[in-house]
Write a protein that binds this ligand. Structure first.
Ligand code: SF4
Length: 717
């Protein structure tokens, strides 16, 4: 917005707000807008939808109350109401708050609560969206368990995707349920400039549900440090194998229900189709369908198309013929257009009663969601729990809580146990929470993990220790290895680096060793060896590289190393609560960049940094990876990935050193995280693991791609 337009905007604001605010509050609104302007934000169109995320981090409930209302009222912030006045043409957004009700409609807390809670079974429907309406110019949506921090951007995105001309959006946040599983409920009312037909209305309600659903994954530190897997890619190999394995369980359930399965084919879409062969995605899907886990050395061999053409699948006591791996066309892919995620596989199988289709999405770091089974699932299967067949019925179970909702229930969208939610949504909130509760970082992390995953302290430490042992082995093997990868793009460099570092005093330190060790682990990954994704396989060298070099220098206890890994996982979890870890979604900044920040936080913790310094180290590292693109040559996770792990191991150490010395990031942590998201979203799709640009399209890169073309043909014919 040009500076000259400012007075006009303020005038229009004041006019809009006048009916709702006292003169004092109104003048506080103006002050706060001017403050924003003085903070040099005029160039980013203050209150524009583009910068909404940034605004939200500033204008959270407490900040808004503190700014606009008296201190006393701010204590009651949970009873306040929002009103948003969007102006699509001017790209203007006004956020107003008031302690008075903005609408004639008042919520009855008990009524609202009853939609979410099943008192008898102590279960809740994690998400509920009311689609009812009586007025074609109004959309009324209700939902639970979503923070304002999440709700606003999602809502605005839906409005803009659906090209709705909204006059007013009213959000009433009025309910605290008292349940640890339902943190808040929202009642949203959108007044439109023109009437909306039933069909688009339905699509908006569906979109809204989908967006919110994506937010309901109970995250774990092991989503970011883990799984142990055979390489080369967490999203394209580990995620794909999990999609295969979960599909196998669904097929088992179909067989148990009396159907005879004759044949099966696997269709790949988007990034799975474009770069999957290079990442061994087909092998992993087939290996998972054959029943192999992500870290099983046999996984990829059993997914080889030649092997499957000859042997087919043995599932549920039946022999199933393999019809091959297929490329999904762009036209077919449109059926998934409403979905977020760029790594999609569809498993289509024929039975004596017809055809069934399962669609799974790999959402980064080895995490998956099965979102379709003969149609869209209102409650996706998120792949965090094991599945098993019990007395002919397919059940999921988390390894700790021993609850077994049946798959029929999941498919029918009946109420399922909702995941516990993080008690904070941002770094700022986390720091405040730790301060208020007087918690040290490790206690906070362990207690949060125990609540979210219903597990216990010993299990957390022992799982982390087992991952540390896998990491150590990968460093050792990588340093010894003298072989090159299949296309000779990587291998042997770790051993060269290691010899050089150990012979050269100048480089034989934390920096030098961490480079050699990070490259060692990533070379093992490139050769489909066993590694731990952290947060992904492409970036799996940085954390072990830094930790191993540190361990040699300082000799910390194994327990301390495990705690540092928890810090890495926890901070990654806060970052990825809002974005995906896949380079295919947000570029390499979300893989190598995040890994570097996680290692920086881990190192700061090990060196005795306090919680603020640990956050600073993480933030400084993220700031310096923004915009890092994902452009692997021939889609193989080798160039630039392997050397990049070495490079960013040193960035982690630099960020930790800065934070430990007292250097602070000028930009607040949450704004940095939101900026990463913004940059990732705006990054051109060609720079998101498609192999269509960047280093992948250089002369030398193309040579490898051509050589690789024969390999791709083998899969798709
Ligand atoms: S360039 Fe980065 S994001 Fe892309 S595959 Fe390599 S490590 Fe992963």
């Amino acid at each position: 917005m040009a500076n000259g337009q400012w007075p006009m905007v303020i005038m229009s604001l004041i006019t809009s707000l006048q009916p709702y605010l006292s003169p004092e509050a109104l003048s506080a609104v103006c002050d706060s807008i001017l403050q924003f302007k003085q903070q040099n934000r005029s160039h980013v169109k203050v209150f524009s939808t583009d910068t909404l995320s940034v605004l939200i981090s500033h204008l959270n409930w407490e900040t808004m109350c503190n700014k606009l209302l008296s201190k006393e009222l701010s204590k009651q912030y949970k009873e306040c109401h929002y009103l948003i006045l969007p102006d699509v043409e001017q790209d203007l957004l006004v956020v107003l708050m008031s302690t008075a009700s903005l609408d004639e409609r008042q919520l009855d807390p008990d009524d609202f609560k009853s939609h979410f809670l099943d008192a008898e079974h102590h279960i809740i429907c994690p998400i509920w969206v009311d689609e009812s309406r009586t007025d074609p110019c109004r959309i009324h949506l209700q939902c639970a368990n979503v923070s304002h921090y999440t709700l606003f951007p999602n809502l605005l995105e839906i409005i803009s995707n659906n090209e709705i001309h909204a006059e007013k959006i009213r959000i009433l946040q009025a309910i605290e349920t008292g349940s640890k599983n339902v943190t808040c409920c929202f009642d949203v009312d959108i007044t439109l400039k023109m009437p909306l037909a039933d069909e688009p209305f339905k699509s908006i309600a569906d979109d809204f549900r989908r967006y919110l659903q994506n937010r309901l994954k109970a995250m774990s530190i092991f989503d970011l440090v883990g799984p142990a897997m055979v390489g080369p890619s967490s999203s394209h190999t580990a995620g794909a194998s999990r999609i295969g394995l979960y599909s196998r369980h669904i097929i088992e359930a179909v067989i148990a229900s009396g159907e005879k399965v004759d044949s099966l084919k696997v269709v790949m879409y988007a990034s799975f189709r474009d770069t999957g062969v290079a990442h061994k995605t087909p092998h992993a899907l087939g290996g998972g369908l054959s029943g192999f886990a992500t870290d099983d050395a046999e996984l990829l061999a059993h997914g080889d198309p030649d092997y499957l053409n000859e042997h087919g699948f043995e599932i549920g006591g039946q022999h199933i013929a393999f019809e091959g791996y297929k490329k999904g066309s762009l036209e077919e892919e449109k059926k998934f257009a409403q979905q977020t995620g760029n790594n999609i596989a569809e498993i289509i199988f024929q039975t004596d009663k017809g055809s069934h289709a399962i669609a799974g999405f790999s959402v980064g770091g080895g995490n998956i969601e099965i979102r379709y089974y003969d149609g869209w699932l209102k409650s996706p299967i998120n792949g965090k729990s094991d599945m098993r067949l019990v007395n002919g019925r397919l059940e999921t179970c988390s390894d700790a809580n021993e609850q077994y909702p049946t798959i029929e229930k999941i498919f029918n969208d009946e109420a399922i146990a909702a995941p516990a939610k993080l008690p904070f949504n941002s770094f700022e909130e986390m720091l405040r929470y730790a301060n208020e509760k007087d918690k040290d970082l490790i206690d906070l992390i362990v207690e949060t993990e125990m609540t979210l995953q219903d597990t216990n302290r010993e299990k957390i430490y022992s799982k982390m220790a087992s991952y540390w042992h896998v990491m150590e082995r990968a460093v050792e093997q990588g340093l010894k290895s003298k072989t090159l990868s299949l296309f000779k793009l990587s291998g042997k460099n770790a051993s060269k680096l290691n010899s050089y570092v150990h012979e050269n005093m100048l480089f034989d330190n934390l920096f030098g060793r961490s480079i050699a060790y990070a490259v060692a682990v990533n070379e093992i990954n490139a050769k489909s060896g066993l590694i731990v994704a952290c947060p992904t396989a492409g970036s799996c060298g940085i954390l072990p590289g830094v930790l191993k070099a540190y361990e040699e220098a300082r000799k910390p206890s194994e327990r301390s190393i495990c705690e540092a890994m928890m810090v890495a996982g926890f901070f990654g979890m806060l970052l990825f609560d809002d974005v995906s870890t896949a380079g295919a979604d947000y570029g390499c900044q979300a893989e190598v960049g995040a890994a570097s920040a996680m290692a920086a936080a881990a190192l700061t913790y090990l060196e005795g940094g306090d919680i603020d310094q640990t956050v600073e180290a993480f933030t400084i590292a993220i700031k310096n990876v923004l915009g890092l693109i994902c452009d692997p040559v021939a889609g193989l996770v080798e160039v630039p990935c392997v050397k990049r792990n070495g490079m960013y191991a040193t960035q982690a150490i630099s960020a930790a050193m800065m934070a430990l010395s007292g250097v602070k990031s000028f930009i607040s942590p949450d704004e940095v995280m939101l900026t990463m998201k913004e940059v990732g979203q705006r990054l051109h799709v060609d720079y998101k693991e498609t192999g269509r640009a960047g280093l992948a399209k250089t002369r030398d890169g193309k040579k490898v791609e051509n050589a690789f073309a024969g390999e791709i043909k083998k899969f798709f014919g």
